[in-house]
Design a protein around this ligand. Sequence first.
Ligand code: UDX
Length: 457
Amino acid sequence: MKRVILILSLINCFFSYAIDNSKKVCVLGTGYVGLIVGACLADFKNQVICADVDVKKINKLVQGQIPIYEPGLKELVSKSLINGNLKFTTDLALAIQTSDIIYIAVGTPMDEDGNCNLCYLNSAINIIKDNINGYKIVINKSTVPIGTAKEMQKTFDTQAKFKIDVISNPEFLKEGTAVNDFLKPNRIVIGSKSEKAIEIIKEIYEPFVKAKVPMLITDNTTAEIIKYASNSFLATKVAIINELSALCEVTDGTINDVCKGMGLDDRIGPKFLNPGPGYGGSCFPKDILALLNTAQLKGLNLSILKTAHESNENHKINVSNKFIKLLGNNVKGKTISVLGLAFKANTDDVRCAPSITIIKNLINNGAHIKAYDPEAMNNMREILPQVEYCSNVYDVIDKTDGIILLTEWPEFKEIDWEKVKSRSSSKVIYDCRNILNISKLKSFGFEVKNIGNAEVN
Ligand code: UDX
């Protein structure tokens, strides 16, 4: 199969270069964002080269092997490898020289102090300016501190041999639905002052123009703010719902009805009102802190966002402590089963996952942890090697003293609890995603708690 893909892609490369006049695009960085952008732009019939310094990763990608779990991505990459629209390389210089449009999609991870680490971005900027061989458009997809694009433009204007226009074009891709989010966006934000560059990016995004996707053209800095503002607002929405869940628990309310009642107000809307163990992932925690840092540097105190961040940190610890309370205020020497490690379902990503904080707290209180996640165990092994990883859901539940569900994987809804009721020594379940049918579980003798007294059938 791999060999077939390689041969077909070589044949197609030859023909597509001979007849094609589509855009020549390169994407620097083949992480979550870069791969999706590259694969989708290739699907739009552009000639795309995805470049990365990671030789191992590129070798896999050339053979159609995807290093991350993202539904629909493998099919999209294989299709474009076969029709020749997508290529992978470790030769960043050549990728830049042979392209008119350069996407930057490198990681901007969070440092220990909460600052955005720009070392990969700076390497990308250097390699672009050192290899420039004509007018280019640089489209920044990486989430960067406000003002970064302006600085990039200055660097290129003063140090590059040819003109480069920098566009800020933030991504709003959600892991797990990223392909669909790219192909069917609810808005496109383009930050640039160059009319020439704006016209060219509109040509690349012609399918969106045709589909009448709202396109906001603004300046670079505002585009950068929009990205942070959107994620911080959504993170705050989740933090509020988690606080209201705690309120329901002490007042005998029911959080899902509270969410329904709020969500029916179309000024609020029903989305992002699901309570859980706390928000995580590579964006929300990082972006809210980055925005706070930027504001602080400018002498501003964004107190609501600061509180949302603190609330989320406290919520994760509260969830863990509530579970300990459910187990008689003592988990020393007990075996705890954790269902789900990824920061949410349909991803193998464990960056800033609430499971990390919750498991660490349980371990600090003397518990032995068994865990199962359909996709995220390899990534979690590197962070929490002391956890016992199980190969399926029934092994993790076997002979346990308590079960905590942290990720809303669909397969957890299908567990045959009647089958496992005799295998677990304890009957305590804490469902932190409100997906388990409580009345059914109670009928099997389980003691079930969830977030905010949700009624789940
Ligand atoms: C986010 C943004 O949504 C996306 O636009 C941006 O480009 C990247 O960051 P992602 O990190 O993939 O996407 O996850 P998202 O689906 O937004 O969820 C973030 C966190 O909030 C997860 O931990 C999730 O479980 C939690 N969440 C989300 C809730 O707890 N409740 C909700 O109702 C929604």
